[in-house]
Design a protein. Structure first.
Length: 128
């Protein structure tokens, strides 16, 4: 009888520890996209690729493309990826395009691009 009660106490204590760890895990994973580690971003990108692609070859090509983009810091800003902290998943990647050839590309969504031609002065040509 004493052995059963100590076993029940141990199980109750163990379940409390697991619940505490799970609560702490949800607190630490509630970060915004820019605060996530590279490994977490890669896992989330692969989950998004799984939802986005229908067949295995497209999935593999998209995973390789997204990993290259992550290594080139194309997904470093919060606006580059629509990420939900609540569900901890990627909702969309605004600039992701599929070319007619089946290749993937990222469209530049930065609106602060200024044409260099506007900044150059016009030269008057002298005729001698």
């Amino acid at each position: 009888m004493n052995n059963e009660s100590s076993s029940t106490q141990h199980n109750h204590m163990y379940s409390n520890m697991i619940e505490h760890i799970c609560q702490n895990q949800t607190i630490t994973t509630g970060y915004s996209w820019s605060k996530l580690s590279k490994t977490d971003k890669l896992v989330l990108l692969k989950k998004y690729a799984r939802l986005y692609c229908n067949d295995e070859t497209t999935f593999i090509r998209l995973c390789v493309f997204l990993e290259e983009c992550l290594n080139k810091h194309k997904f470093s800003k919060t606006k580059d990826v629509v990420y939900s902290k609540d569900t901890q998943s990627i909702l969309s990647i605004p600039g992701l395009l599929v070319q007619p050839t089946g290749e993937f590309s990222l469209k530049n969504t930065d609106k602060n691009h200024v044409s260099t031609l506007k900044n150059l002065h016009s030269r008057s040509h002298r005729v001698s």
